[in-house]
Design a protein around this ligand. Sequence first.
Ligand code: C5P
Length: 233
Amino acid sequence: MPNPIIVALDVSAERATNLVEELAPAVGAFKIGSTLFTSAGPEFVRKVRATGASVFLDLKFHDIPNTVAGAVASATALDVQMITIHTCGGTEMMKAAEETAQKTARELKRPAPLVLGVTVLTSMDDRSLRETGVAKNAEEQVIYLAELAGKAGLRGLVCSPLEVTKLRTIIPKHMQLVTPGIRLGNAKADDQKRTLSPKEAIVAGANWLVIGRPIYGASNPKEAAESILRTLS
Ligand code: C5P
């Protein structure tokens, strides 16, 4: 099994640079989200890639198919290994993203990045979905969008740890699941309300674990990452 730990770099560019240097040998990838990307940009992505570490560019693209395809082409040219898009952008948008990732990667002679679909943000509940005109409850909507993503040809999804077991029963086997909301047994949950331990998430069927504060907030981040990895063997 490849190292499934993806460290969320929800920190300043300066701290992120130090963390990447320290953690690159101990983890599978680094997640760069919109906060860090908006301040440090493609240059920071190149810096991480130059260490040999993989990058999960979590910008959750959601736009018309042509624009999302353009963003996916740019991300593929940046040589990132994972990208997120919103599944509620629809089938045409998801297909455009996946096809562009494959086509651009072929042209550049490198593996296509994994285009991951985001279903329902975990900050949304039944009420906030209704407010935006969605009649299904959150659980139904997650399942509906996950199936749609599979039919559109996406090869992976981001989901909450508590959705992994259910999703594994409905999505094609080859689809990869990436889950945040990971906490060690006795660690504080911060603002995460629904968590699983790393081992529980992997046993449930997750392929990748996005872990932020339990690693970068530890007094020794490298030791924290290594001890999480040990719990998985
Ligand atoms: O620090 P922590 O381990 O909670 O970080 C989790 C990471 O996963 C953060 O970057 C957060 O934005 C992201 N995330 C999440 N829940 C989601 C989607 C993404 O916690 N539903």
